[in-house]
Write a protein that binds this ligand. Sequence first.
Ligand code: PGA
Length: 878
Amino acid sequence: MSESNNQVRENISMLGGILGDTLLRHEGQKLLDRVEKIRKLAKKAHKHKDETARQELIEALHEIPDSELLPVTRAFSKFLNLVNIAEQHHDISRFCADGVCRQDSVQALIQKLRTADIPREEIIAAVDNLSMELVLTAHPTEVTRRTLINKQAKIVDSLLKLELKDLTEAEKNEAKQTIERLICQGWNTNEFRAARPTPVDEAKWGFNVVEHSLWQAIPEFVRELDETLHDELDIYLPVNAAPVRIGSWMGGDRDGNPFVTHNVTREVLLIARSIAARLYVRDLTALMDELSVSCCTKEVRELVDDAAEPYWAIMRKLIADLKATQKWIDGQLEGKKDQGKNIITRSEQIMQPLLLIYNSLVACDLQLIADGELRNVIRRVAAFGVHLVKLDIRQDGERHMLAISELTNYLEIGDYASWSEDDKQAFLIRELKSKRPLVPLDWQPSADTQEVLDTCKVVAETDPNSLGIYIISMAKQASDVLAVLLLLKEAGCKFKIPVAPLFETLDDLERAGDVIERLLGIEWYREHIQDSQHVMIGYSDSAKDAGMFAATWAQYRAQETLVEIGDRHNLKMVLFHGRGGTVGRGGAPAHTALLSQPPGSLKGGLRVTEQGEMIRFKFGLPQAAQNNLRLYASAILEGNLLPPPSPKEEWRELIAEIAKDSCEEYRGIVRGHKDFVPYFRAATPELELGKLPLGSRPSKRKPDGGVESLRAIPWIFSWMQNRLMLPVWLGAGDGLGNAIKNGKQPLLEEMCQQWPFFRARIGLLEMVFLKSDIWLAEYYDRTLVPESLWGLGQSLRDRLQEAIDLVVKINPEHGLLLDEPGILGSIQTRAAYTNPLNLLQAELLKRSRMAKDEPGEIVEKSLMITIAGVAAGMRNTG
Ligand code: PGA
């Protein structure tokens, strides 16, 4: 066991001990004994995998009286959260910061680039182009309440404090007591919110992460990057460089979420600006102290009319304007309509005076002062502007089509929806070129169409700097993009917001290149977009549609094609990755994910979604955010300067075969097996998941739709709960199995060793296999599934075992993550807590489903806690 893993274990055991004391204090010895007994039995059952130990565990769980169900499930769930806290702390601990875990820093990368003889100028050019846009989304996967998240962050803070070497006994005790207090508070706080969050609540949650973490982390990260660049390359970034920007979907993503209306979008945009104004007032007020200096340039002196403290004079005016701006925005939020005075609407209004001060200090030989807090504030203005985040808008392509169809029907020029793609495009281009409006003033469309038009109006009225891009989900054809451009034109939009098609089914990914090629072939369009095109790649829906192997290969090829098209047309192709946190949704460790993409795909920088609980894990604390920014930065630079190899022709042929076979197996079961849907409904908590108040969005695209309309998140979440993890591996058995049968094992081994894309796929499968549990999945079947469907369950588990054996076969030395003791240890530690929750969940699901009326509060609540607990235990899989 390495020193690094020891640190995590020690903290887990300390936190677990405190939780035990809390249980004793609040629930008594009897309950603590019960929890301890179950934990030990679960550990034994997991370790020895023998039937007797398992039966003992099941019996111990059956003995729990109703009155103890809730505290027992809560205890196990709380413990898993404490494990997550210990691991989160470890990632940002001083132990890691001292360099032990920091293999992926920009500094290490530059040294690697030098060894690889990459010329200095090339490195500098890549650094100049470094661009990371992290887009926070409101995807409903965060099961932890905000108040509990805040407590967890404070526990991490105390763990950091406890690491300090020269802490006195009194200081140590104080830090420990704080942890005890926080765990006690957590024990006495409800796990779930009483009501679902609204989209505005979700946006506020996102803004909270920006305010309390990214606001600090981004300038710190840029400062550190700057120092590295100076040490290693003797260059500095421009003082107003913005290699990182934050986007958001919270309050802007209306795809399948009827609660995100145009009014919500307008409100969220205003709230973001108000927060930004408040934060600048706070920062500038603090900065005043540093700028009491009198030396300044002539330009400044003249501007401030010879004031004794010239910088204060500039800052006072700026602060006053920002306060007026905040007041005005708050008035707008209350419905006031006045124009306001001295309102700050553009970042240059803040940036320009700050740069003036900066340059003046430098001219006075006071670089030291200029590079203090002032430089941080300048970098914030560069990163966050006056809008805090850039809001994307997302809407389903079908909604645009229906809106235009309703219009053409009203105008009696035909039914747009039924026209051929060629006719649609011809019509749209004609109207886009036309000078007259198409929408009649007195037209009264349906409520749905009106909402689409109103959203476009909100876009048109908004400062383009507050907006990111407009995304069309389920995009299929060039007309999907042109339709949005027409709707925006009709709404009076005077600026060009990038419109990005989101390709998210297997067919659509395969067609992505043709669609973009077709668009670029339209002279009007090519001129309109000028020199850049955004395209979004959908990870989870494509996996739900075709299985992981086929989807990832299609994503890879779509990116390759798009990069080639961008080069050929001499335009910047910005690929936007719609990844979730779990493997089934495209999630992977940042470095692995980025370096397994096709060569050239990071040329346009990185634009990626950050979602749900991953926002908390990766960006919820300033130090964690800094770590992740470092990881992203070094992976992007590496991807651009030392690109992964292009796959050999024989690798491509083989992976194409694997993708085809695995898609057939996956679809054969998911779409083709008559028992599949009833089995899914019975064996997983799909229906019960809907009761968790996780997010504002409904779980289905269409309220009365079936499994095909179920969103990818609940689909994956459900299979994660019963530990079958089906969406991640189903298909891998036939895909890999046929390749081996056809004598391709040596080639598979070569691909595993030499091709980062393939290695990443196999590595992620290994992790998911380790978290899957065939025995538990079978227990769900026996407890919940009608006997007539057991055959399907057994065949799925056989397929899972077969896929596991095949993966071990092509990567024997690696085993299942044998070379990753940290991950292995983490999974094993969690098993003693997650497995009892799974067993209890199956029982509670049974009771809840069999109850004639409502199942009763205890059952219902305990069930929800098992769901949240298993999710915490699985952390990053599904
Ligand atoms: P979507 O995303 O359903 O919003 O397209 C799915 C996901 O993030 O997994």
